[in-house]
Design a protein. Structure first.
Length: 379
């Protein structure tokens, strides 16, 4: 599997009514986005309006958020959350949002997070060590009570669209909550562009724009390296693992599969449509991927021996026999969290370079793998 972000099973909405009665609603200037399709940003005279149209897969509700400049009055309109700048206290609920704070020099704003052990960021751990970040645990009821007690300026959540029963409770507590739907995006740079969403909420849009444009530049420059590779020189790639006799692999329209394609790989399951994981039987995988050149995305096994012992059927594949198996486990946080799952959404350029280095090492002769590592026999 290419990626599995951490989700928090909490969501809320906060409604506010306009206070500029008798005045015309200000004209809004829509700020264009290059890749992300799940949200939009519009700028008023002293506020931003943000709409999230893809809060989760299949969402049919549009969430509207108002971000007011410091000392700005509320314009007319009803919103799901109203954020008043400056924002000093933030609660996040997915590790994929942690890099946003780091890249915007806003790490110190984090005051709460569920399951701190999942975090890899050293900047965030410095805050944790200083006792400035509360561990919200794993129980949804306890989380809600702790969130209310911490009185954040905003809480950013990820949700799969269920377990929204705490919405009214947090709304009554007047805690602005915003839903980040980055994981629904399937363009590699689309997920990274959600840093602009966070930037608006924190009053740091320009900084977010600069951070994203650097990632975009690095990604596109890397992509150009593999554009000239002819199909006959594209190595075949297997991905996924068995779980209870079902092989889970990225669908061909998924975020991870697109990065693999951009890296000059020939994905074995390119005919398996879908933006998430597809479920395949072992016999089908064996028939189609037995002789695949590489196996990329093989869960978090530390070495080939452990992998083969866990599932002897893996040993049949040529990629396993030749040692061309790569996992996203090179970098872990101090408590074991995989940095790939935290930073990967924000840094698809690093994932792409890793893929290019694996598949076409001559294109990046001096580059060293960042997220991925090759599995070897146990020493």
């Amino acid at each position: 599997m290419f990626i599995a972000p951490v989700f928090f099973i909490l969501s809320c909405s906060f409604s506010g009514c306009g206070e500029k009665k008798g005045e015309d609603i200000q004209a809004l200037e829509k700020i264009p986005l290059s890749y992300a399709s799940g949200f939009s940003i519009s700028r008023g005279n002293d506020f931003y309006e943000v709409e999230v149209t893809q809060a989760w897969t299949g969402a049919d509700k549009v969430f509207r958020y108002l971000v007011l400049d410091e000392n700005a009055a509320k314009p007319e309109g009803k919103y799901d959350a109203i954020i008043q700048l400056p924002v000093d206290k933030v609660i996040l609920t997915s590790t994929t949002h942690i890099p946003h704070l780091d890249m915007l020099d806003a790490t110190e704003k984090l005051i709460g997070f569920p399951s701190l052990d999942l975090i890899s960021s050293e900047k965030t751990w410095a805050q944790i060590d200083a006792g400035k970040v509360e561990d919200l645990g794993a129980g949804p009821s306890a989380n809600t009570e702790m969130v209310i007690d911490l009185e954040p300026d905003l809480i950013m959540i990820s949700t799969m669209g269920d377990n929204l029963k705490y919405l009214d409770l947090l709304a009554q507590a007047k805690i602005p909550a915003v839903i980040n739907g980055e994981y629904v995006e399937q363009h590699p740079l689309g997920r990274a562009e959600w840093i602009k969403f966070t930037g608006v909420l924190l009053g740091s849009y320009e900084e977010a724009k600069i951070a994203f444009e650097q990632v975009e530049k690095d990604y596109l420059n890397a992509e150009k390296l593999s554009e000239t590779i002819i199909d006959s020189l594209r190595p075949t790639v297997l991905s996924g693992v068995l779980y209870q006799d079902i092989w889970y692999a990225p669908g061909s329209e998924s975020w991870g599969a697109k990065i693999l394609q951009n890296a000059g790989g020939m994905y074995i399951f390119s005919d398996q449509k879908g933006t998430g994981s597809v479920q395949l039987n072992y016999e089908f995988v064996l028939e189609n991927a037995l002789e695949a050149d590489f196996w990329i995305g093989s869960a978090d096994f530390p070495d080939l021996e452990t992998m083969g012992n866990a599932e002897p059927r893996y040993k049949a594949f040529v990629a396993f026999k030749s040692g061309n198996v790569f996992s996203y486990t090179q970098k872990r946080g101090r408590t074991g969290g995989l940095e790939y799952f935290e930073l990967g959404y924000m840094r698809p350029d690093l994932i792409l370079k890793d893929m290019i280095k694996i598949l076409h090492p001559d294109l990046l002769p001096t580059y060293e793998l960042y997220f991925y590592q090759q599995l070897h026999e146990r020493n």
